[in-house]
Design a protein around this ligand. Sequence first.
Ligand SMILES: [Zn+2]
Ligand SMILES: [Zn+2]
Length: 273
Amino acid sequence: MIRRNPITGDPILFAPHRAERPNVFHEATVCPFCSGSEAHTPPELAHIGEPWRIRVFPNKYPATDVHEVIVESPRHDATFDSLTLDDATNAVRMYATRYRAHGDACVTIFKNHGAAAGASIAHMHSQLIATSFVPPRIAREIDAFTRAERCLLCEPIGDVIDETSQFTWVAPHASSFAYEQWIVPRVHANELSSDHAGELALLLQRASAAMRDIGDAFNWIFMNFRNAPAAHWYVQIFSRQAVLAGFEIGSGSAIEVIDPAAVAERFRAQRRQ
Ligand SMILES: [Zn+2]
Ligand SMILES: [Zn+2]
């Protein structure tokens, strides 16, 4: 159910049943995402491999009508960077397939890694939420892309950490979170596709390793812009070092405490090791 901020009209997803989610992050219970626990999840929507290596099913405690869980490995202790490149590539292909499975809805795909990043289950997974409305952040960014004379992401935006023929992994000069990085396609497109999935998977694996070196919690978010050809899609990745404090919440402005140039240098140095 959607409620609205009384002043701005910004949508709020009202989902009180999510409060019933068991918080099993640190508890030794049966993990519903492990191989052999398939009966503990709602009926499967898709999988890759026999037996499965990537599995998709509806979230048991959905925030909207379309809220999916994408488990990228049957192994409980897997991390994205510990997958084979083949499995990581298939995970990216699955993100793209599920992104396209929901017609014209606005689809957000994201990963919460670690309790401080919002994960309630330790077993690696990503999630997909489709909304009938365009979320305020997406709307704002589409508006900015549409008003700009030249595409804002076809231009350099920061210190390059690594690149492939199709993607650039960069620490933006102005970032909202410590150790923030973006993976940006080098050819203009407004939404994720399965083209060049292997190259994107490789950079996501390197970013995952870099994030786990910084701390035990990170998020990544696929910023897609459905029906907005002027916009340029990207993946935003950031470590969860600090909680959002009063000024950030009160003002909507971030305070940057880690120099992105140093972040890029640190991650580049890791790549050289
Ligand atoms: Zn598990
Ligand atoms: Zn562009």
